[in-house]
Ligand binder design. Structure first.
Ligand code: F6P
Length: 321
């Protein structure tokens, strides 16, 4: 059956570059004579039939904007049989014969489960600041988030050096230390605490005290939110070392802002690739970048745990301290 009308939605945590991906999907689909329906608020909009036909002009002027014009929510209802059934009814009622899901790991889990039950052709475009999709190198938005966090760390470095203090800086990443590792390395930070590695708190305090005795009096330790709270860690360090420590939580500023050239480039390439996949009859896959090439990965693989080269990165950070 020839494809006539597809839907596009963004779901889960927003990521800078989602808008560029929507633009690429809409324009390449329309250029291939497809109709494109924008679904508002992700899976919630599928369940509640919040749809709007999109054309070339609907996606003008958004390439440089963070966030998503389609809005996004986390939608527990889509994990239920009833929610999925209602989503399927919306697709049928509106003659939608393919879906493009722009989101991260949780969003792809939903897409994979929905496809296995209802067999509506579906392609995922990886977009999440966490870079948590297996089988591909980068998700849309991760590079922007890292650069945003890095700019903040550079500012913190100025005051940390001037006032000779220890800073614990909390970055995003509930289940993944990806942002923390990349920011700690590129920000020249002294240590990193991530969910993938058990923290040896005494060793960290020993390092700080020994460094202090050698004249290294300012430290920046990056902690991923899933590995602990910056304020609690700072408090414990002060208790154990008697050194003055400050905590900073960068929070949601990492999710917003103008996408970097890399995030946009990736979004535009993957947006077009996703439409091409649907046109070729591919389904239940994610598009992604690997060794400079656009590839596809089965959603069943994309949702499995992405292993980071934690040992290498941690060793590198320590070796350069
Ligand atoms: O989108 C990924 C992410 O930013 C994680 O890094 C973070 O743990 C989570 O979302 C926060 O989600 P919310 O904005 O729903 O609190």
């Amino acid at each position: 059956m020839a494809l006539k009308r597809i839907a596009v939605l963004t779901t889960g945590g927003d990521a800078p570059g989602m808008n560029a991906a929507i633009r690429a999907v809409v324009r390449s689909a329309v250029n291939n004579k497809l109709e494109v329906v924008g679904v508002f608020r992700g899976y919630w909009g599928l369940i509640n039939e919040e749809l709007k036909l999109l054309d070339h002009r609907s996606v003008s002027g958004i390439i440089n904007q963070g966030g998503t014009i389609l809005k996004t929510v986390r939608c527990p209802e889509f994990q239920t049989e009833q929610g999925q059934k209602r989503a399927f009814q919306t697709l049928k009622k509106n003659s939608i014969d393919g879906i493009i899901v722009i989101g991260g790991n949780g969003s792809f889990r939903g897409a994979h489960e929905f496809y296995s039950k209802y067999k509506v052709p579906c392609i995922g475009i990886p977009a999440s600041i966490d870079n948590d999709i297996n089988g591909i190198e980068a998700t849309i938005g991760a590079d922007t988030a890292i650069n945003t966090a890095l700019a903040a760390i550079d500012n913190i470095r100025d005051t940390a050096t001037s006032m000779e203090r220890i800073f614990i800086v909390e970055v995003m990443g509930r289940d993944s230390g990806y942002i923390a590792l990349r920011v700690a390395l590129t920000g020249g930070c002294e240590d990193v605490i991530i969910p993938e590695r058990k923290l040896d708190f005494e060793a960290l305090c020993d390092d700080i005290v020994n460094g202090n005795m050698r004249g290294k009096v300012s430290w920046i330790v990056v902690v991923a939110e899933g590995a602990g709270s910056a304020s609690e860690i700072a408090k414990k360090i002060t208790e154990l070392t008697s050194l003055e420590t400050r905590a900073v939580v960068l929070g949601h500023i990492q999710r917003g802002g103008r996408p970097t050239a890399f995030s946009r480039d990736l979004a535009l390439n993957l947006g077009k690739a996703a439409v091409d996949c649907l046109l070729k009859g591919e389904t239940d896959k994610a598009v992604g970048l690997n060794n400079g090439k656009i590839i596809t990965v089965d959603l069943s693989v994309a949702i499995t745990k992405k292993e980071l080269d934690v040992d290498h990165l941690c060793d590198l950070i320590k070796a350069l301290t």
